[in-house]
Ligand binder design. Structure first.
Ligand code: SAM
Length: 300
């Protein structure tokens, strides 16, 4: 298993959406393995890239050393909900202008999912962790321990649309009281025993997705970061989002609509852009991807 590989989704479309210009600055809020950052750099753009995962930043420091020392790439080991502060703090003398584009590729990377010790996937046995940022205090196993049944059910329903949210939350809390869940397969096997498999999804898929989103406060970070992106991007600049989850896409869609109504710019994608047949066939993960573009009003 190659735990470093990540196939960037909608790369050509994202580059076109950002309309990259040489020597301009761009923010890649979700560096991952740097696929989109690399593409921006190749077009002559400069990048400030965020990732809250230390392994992503370490990968970037190793594989983008030349660009970092040339001052074309700044890596920031932070949550993107600190986008405005970090941009303001780290502007270099040559980059006093605002960024021409800000890009978000939400969610987890393949290396995170494929590394058993990170605990994102029930396909491998590992600790029930799921933190993208290992500086965070709360792991998935802690949520199962501390959240009351009702709140757990809400998370399963809200973040993953789990139809049996209440039943599963009740069963998990009852079992947890006798023997706490600590491993990915321990939880997945328990869910598989009480929830019959329907269709191609493993019965634990939605619970795992919901726990991951809750552990990393993913929706809250997006809600906080997108308005900051609108502040930070220069006039006429673009904000581009790729989401893999309906909840993430809804936040971007509604904010872009509200900003358009209040005259702060326009949506360049009334309907989200989706990957073509070829990309969907080559990369299964791309199937649920939706790309949206907002362009900030040009002021004189
Ligand atoms: C889908 S991957 C990005 C892949 C990247 N575009 C590429 O081509 O390699 C998402 C990355 O964003 C990071 N991430 C997710 N939420 C974040 C947040 N709130 N703040 C900072 N990084 C985040 C994850 O750790 C992960 O590395």
């Amino acid at each position: 298993m190659n735990t470093q590989a990540h196939i960037s989704v909608l790369k050509t479309e994202a580059l076109e959406a950002l309309a990259v210009q040489p020597n301009e600055w761009y923010i890649d809020a979700t560096f991952g393995r740097g696929g989109h950052t690399r593409a921006i750099l190749e077009q002559g753009g400069n990048v400030m890239a965020f990732d809250c995962d230390a392994t992503a930043i370490a990968f970037g420091e190793e594989h983008f050393a030349a660009e970092i020392s040339a001052g074309q790439l700044i890596l920031v080991h932070q949550n993107f909900d600190r986008l405005e502060t970090e941009w303001n703090n780290r502007q270099t003398a040559s980059a006093l202008l605002k960024p021409a584009g800000i890009f978000f590729d939400f969610g987890v990377s393949s290396p995170q999912i494929d590394t058993p010790e990170r605990g994102f996937s029930f396909l491998h046995d590992g600790p029930l962790d799921m933190r993208m940022d290992e500086r965070l205090g709360v792991q998935a196993k802690d949520l199962l321990a501390v959240l009351p049944e009702k709140q757990l059910a809400e998370i399963f329903w809200l973040y993953a649309g789990e139809e049996q949210s209440r039943r599963l939350a009740k069963a998990i809390k009852n079992a947890q009281a006798k023997r706490p869940f600590t491993t990915t397969t321990g939880l997945a096997d328990f869910i598989a025993k009480i929830k019959p498999r329907t269709g191609h999804l493993h019965p634990a898929t939605k619970v795992f997705q919901a726990l991951r989103i809750a552990v990393n406060s993913e929706m809250q970070s997006i809600e906080s970061a997108l308005p900051q992106a609108l502040q930070v991007v220069r006039s006429g600049g673009r904000i581009v989002t790729i989401s893999f989850h309906e909840g993430e896409d809804r936040i971007a869609k509604h904010l872009f609509q509200d900003w358009e109504k209040s005259g702060q710019g326009q949506q360049l994608t009334k309907k989200a852009v989706m990957p073509g047949e070829d990309e969907q066939q080559q990369n299964n993960r791309s199937r649920s991807a939706k790309l949206r573009i907002f362009e900030k009003t040009q002021t004189q």
